[in-house]
Design a protein around this ligand. Structure first.
Ligand SMILES: [Zn+2]
Length: 597
C-alpha cells in the first residue's frame, strides 16, 4: 500500500466526458452559484479495495485524538531509513481572490503570524488566473496544461484517482496511511473535482467562511490533521461584487484575518502550533471586478509561511505549484515527490534549503498519429468515404482547395484558407477563413461528422462545425466547438440548451487527433470519439428531443452559422467527412483500420 505512484499514461487516451448544464459559450457555472450545502465526508483509502467500496457521508468525527507523537517515534525506531518529518502538521489556508491585496488590507493577525515568517508578494500563479486552474496547480504541483482542471469540469467530475499528476493529498496518504487529512472549502468543487475521492481525506464545506471556520476549528481540535487545506471564498466574492483592491474587498480580507486567527488558535489550543508549518496564500488576484488574465494584479499572489525552520525574510522565485513540493518537504516526504511534478521548494523559505533546477516533465505522445508526417492522399476508390457508399454527404480532402471530392454537397470558401501539410497531402489551416456547405441541412436526420484536426491550442470557443448563432448556446441549431482542453457539443432550440464537453487527449497539442461526432436521432443521443476510441454517449435531454438541428440554414466549417463569430479557429483540418446516419461502433472500427490505427 506504500509508495505507489504508478504512471498510467495510457489511461489518458480515454477522454473523459462531461455532461453539464453550464453556460456553454460563457465561462461555465459561476463560483457564486456553486453548491453551498454542507457536506462532510470521510472515505476510505483507495489503496484498500475492500475499504474503498463505500464512501460514507459522515459528520466530522468526535473520536479520541490519536497519539501522533507515539506513532511518529514508532516509525523512526522501526524504519530508520524513513526520512523524518520536519513538521508533524501542515496547514495551507487559501484565500480565493486574495492576490497580493493582503498587504493593502488591515490584517493584524497575519502580521503577527508572519512577523518572523517567509513571505513573497511575487508568487506567480497559474495561467489562466482562474480558481480551478490555480488551486489545481497548488495541489498537483503542475501547470494547468497537465492537470487540465477548469471550473466547469471540477464541478461535475471527480479527479482521477490514477492521474499521473496526483495531489499532495494522494502522495501523503500513500506514505502515511493513518494520518488525518482534511480539505475544507467554501467553494466545494475543489472537494469534488481536485481532491481525489477514496483517500480518506475529510472533506468539509459550508455556505460561508465563518461557518466553515467553526467546522475547521472543531476538526483541528478533534483530529490534529497532518495536512489541512482550507479555501475561503468570500474575498473573491467581494472582488467580483465591488472590485479587487477596493474598500469592500480589503474589508473582507480584514474579516478573513479574524478567521485565520481562529484557525491559528485551534492549532495553538491543540498544542501542535510549534510543530506546524502554517501557510497562507491565494489562488489569484483580480482587476476591476474580474480575473483570468495575466496582469500583475491577477497573476501575483502572496505566499507566506511560518514555522520552526522557516527563514525570516523574502521567498525567491516561487510559483503556486511549488506549494505541493513544500508540503512534501515539510512532512519529510520529498523523496516521494512524483517525477511528473514540476514543483520545487523555493529558495528563501527554509533554513539551508536552496531551490534546485525546476524539474522538467514531458509527456510522451500517446498515439503514433500525433507525430505523423504527411503522406499523399490515397487515390480515388480507396479513400475514407468509400466505406460509407451513398451515405456520404461531403468529403473534403483539402488538398489545395476547399472542393468536395465525394458527396452531393457543394462548398464555398469564405475568407482565406492556408494549405499546409495535412494528414493526407494538404490540410486547411483555418485562421482567417471558413467553408460553407450547401445542399443539405440536418433537420431531424441522424448524421456523423469526422475530421483530422491539429492545433497548438485555442483560447475561447471557436467553431469546428456549426449552423447556429454561437453568441448564445440557447440559440437554435448546433455547434461543435474547439476549446483549450476539450471539444464541446451544444444544441439549442431558442430556449433550452444542451452542452456536452469531451476532454481532449492530454497530448493533443500540435499533433493529429481524429474527432468524430455521431448524432443519433432514433436513440436521441450524441456519441463522441477521439482517436477511434470507444464512443462516449450523451443523451439529448427531454426538452430537446424531437427538435430540429437546423439553426440559421447555413452549415459552416470553421465558423458558426452567421459566419461572423469573433473567435478564429486556429487549427488545421483534414479529411473532413460528413455522412448520413449515426456511425456505429463497427463503422468506427473500420475507419480506424483505414487510417492505420
Ligand atoms: Zn473569482
Amino acid at each position: 500500500m506504500k509508495n505507489r505512484i504508478i504512471l498510467f499514461l495510457c489511461s489518458l487516451c480515454i477522454p473523459a466526458m462531461l455532461l453539464t448544464g453550464c453556460a456553454g459559450d460563457a465561462e461555465g457555472p459561476g463560483k457564486a452559484e456553486a453548491d453551498a450545502e454542507t457536506v462532510t465526508s470521510a472515505s476510505a483509502f483507495a489503496g484498500d479495495p475492500e475499504a474503498s467500496a463505500e464512501t460514507p457521508e459522515l459528520s466530522v468525527p468526535d473520536e479520541a485524538v490519536p497519539d501522533e507523537t507515539v506513532r511518529d517515534e514508532t516509525v523512526r525506531e522501526e524504519d530508520p531509513s524513513e526520512a523524518s518529518p520536519v513538521y508533524g502538521h501542515v496547514v495551507i489556508i487559501g484565500v480565493d481572490g486574495g492576490g497580493t491585496f493582503f498587504r493593502d488590507a488591515d490584517t493584524p493577525i497575519l502580521d503577527g503570524i508572519f512577523e518572523n515568517g517567509a513571505v513573497t508578494y511575487r508568487c506567480l500563479t497559474s495561467d489562466p488566473t482562474i480558481s480551478a486552474q490555480c488551486w489545481g496547480s497548488l495541489m498537483t504541483g503542475v501547470t494547468p496544461a497537465f492537470h487540465r482542471l477548469s471550473n466547469s469540469y471540477i464541478d461535475a467530475h471527480p479527479y482521477p484517482a490514477d492521474s499521473p499528476f496526483p495531489t499532495f493529498f494522494r502522495v501523503v496518504r500513500e506514505a502515511m496511511p493513518d494520518a488525518a487529512l482534511g480539505s475544507f472549502c467554501n467553494w466545494n468543487p475543489i472537494n469534488v473535482g481536485i481532491v481525489e475521492d477514496g483517500l480518506g481525506v475529510t472533506k468539509g464545506t459550508a455556505p460561508g467562511d465563518s461557518a466553515l471556520t467553526d467546522m475547521i476549528c472543531k476538526y483541528v481540535k478533534n483530529e490534529r490533521p497532518a495536512v489541512l487545506f482550507v479555501q475561503f471564498d468570500e474575498v473573491d466574492g467581494a472582488g467580483h461584487g465591488h472590485g479587487y483592491g477596493g474598500k469592500e474587498h480589503l474589508a473582507q480580507l480584514h474579516t478573513e484575518d479574524g478567521y485565520i486567527g481562529r484557525i491559528r488558535d485551534a492549532y495553538s489550543d491543540s498544542g501542535i502550533l510549534d510543530d506546524t508549518l502554517f501557510i497562507v496564500t491565494a489562488d489569484h488576484g483580480g482587476k476591476g471586478t474580474s480575473h483570468g488574465g495575466l496582469t500583475d494584479a491577477e497573476k501575483y499572489i502572496m505566499w507566506a509561511a511560518a514555522g520552526k525552520t522557516v527563514t525570516p525574510g523574502e521567498i525567491r522565485d516561487m510559483e503556486i505549484r511549488d506549494t505541493a513540493a513544500v508540503v512534501l518537504w515539510a512532512l519529510g516526504l520529498s523523496d516521494r515527490q512524483p517525477e511528473t511534478w514540476t514543483a520545487r521548494v523555493p529558495s528563501g523559505l527554509f533554513e539551508g534549503v536552496e531551490a534546485g533546477e525546476r524539474p522538467v516533465y514531458e509527456l510522451e505522445y500517446l498515439t503514433e498519429h500525433r507525430t505523423r508526417e504527411s503522406v499523399p492522399t490515397p487515390d480515388e476508390g480507396s479513400r475514407a468515404p468509400d466505406l460509407f457508399g451513398d451515405r456520404v454527404l461531403c468529403y473534403l480532402p483539402f488538398d489545395g482547395d476547399p472542393d468536395p471530392a465525394a458527396g452531393e454537397l457543394t462548398s464555398e470558401q469564405k475568407g482565406k484558407l492556408y494549405y499546409v501539410d495535412g494528414f493526407f497531402g494538404n490540410g486547411a489551416q483555418f485562421d482567417d477563413g471558413s467553408v460553407s456547405l450547401s445542399g443539405w441541412m440536418p433537420g431531424m436526420e441522424s448524421f456523423t461528422v469526422g475530421m483530422w484536426l491539429k492545433t497548438g491550442g485555442v483560447s475561447s470557443d471557436p467553431c469546428l462545425f456549426s449552423d447556429k448563432n454561437w453568441t448564445s448556446g440557447s440559440n437554435p441549431g448546433f455547434v461543435l466547438s474547439l476549446r483549450d482542453t476539450d471539444i464541446k457539443f451544444n444544441l439549442g432550440d431558442g430556449s433550452s440548451r444542451m452542452d456536452s464537453e469531451f476532454l481532449l487527449p492530454m497530448d493533443f497539442r500540435d499533433g493529429w487527433v481524429y474527432a468524430v461526432l455521431a448524432v443519433d436521432r432514433e436513440a436521441e443521443e450524441i456519441r463522441f470519439s477521439y482517436d477511434f476510441g470507444e464512443f462516449q454517449t450523451a443523451a439529448i435531454p427531454a426538452s430537446l428531443r424531437g427538435v430540429s438541428f437546423d439553426g440559421l440554414r447555413k452549415l459552416n466549417i470553421g465558423q458558426d452559422g452567421t459566419g461572423r463569430y469573433p473567435e478564429r479557429l486556429g487549427a488545421v483540418l483534414d479529411e473532413f467527412l460528413l455522412i448520413r446516419g449515426a456511425m456505429t461502433d463497427e463503422e468506427l472500427a473500420s475507419l480506424a483500420e483505414f487510417y492505420g490505427d
